[in-house]
Design a protein around this ligand. Structure first.
Ligand code: SF4
Length: 124
């Protein structure tokens, strides 16, 4: 997530920088730094931003479980943490999901896959 995306999400959430700092449990200075591009946005913050955005989504498809959209085979589904933790519409939030042929090794790699996935894009 870059500074422009962070700022546009904050605005979409109708939060001031101070309110955003409270929601994210961080300082106002950190919010300034994220929006000015002085500080990289950590994965934990990025994840929370996506989570908050997903909660205000009005797209009815945002509620559909990923295994239904992706038509996952029963065997794959049972090995996937999205299924295990009943998080079919929050699969992008959980590391270790089985997507695009396997498990991605970290959040950055996972996000690369998620950003081009229908399930993730349904939250916007
Ligand atoms: S690629 Fe990401 S958004 Fe798509 S199903 Fe997998 S975890 Fe969910």
């Amino acid at each position: 997530m870059d500074s422009t995306e962070f700022k546009s999400f904050r605005q979409k959430l109708s939060k001031t920088q101070k309110q955003m700092s409270q929601l994210l449990g961080t300082s106002l200075k950190a919010i300034h730094s994220y929006e000015q591009g002085w500080r990289a946005i950590p994965p934990s913050v990025e994840r929370q931003m996506f989570f908050l955005i997903s909660r205000i989504s009005t797209n009815p498809n945002a509620k559909k479980p990923c295994w239904r959209i992706k038509k996952c085979a029963a065997k794959q589904k049972k090995q996937c943490p999205a299924w295990e933790f009943k998080s079919g519409n929050l699969c992008w939030f959980i590391n270790g999901t089985i997507c695009d042929g396997g498990v991605q090794k970290n959040w950055k790699e996972k996000m690369k896959v998620c950003r081009s996935c229908e399930v993730f894009n349904n939250i916007f």
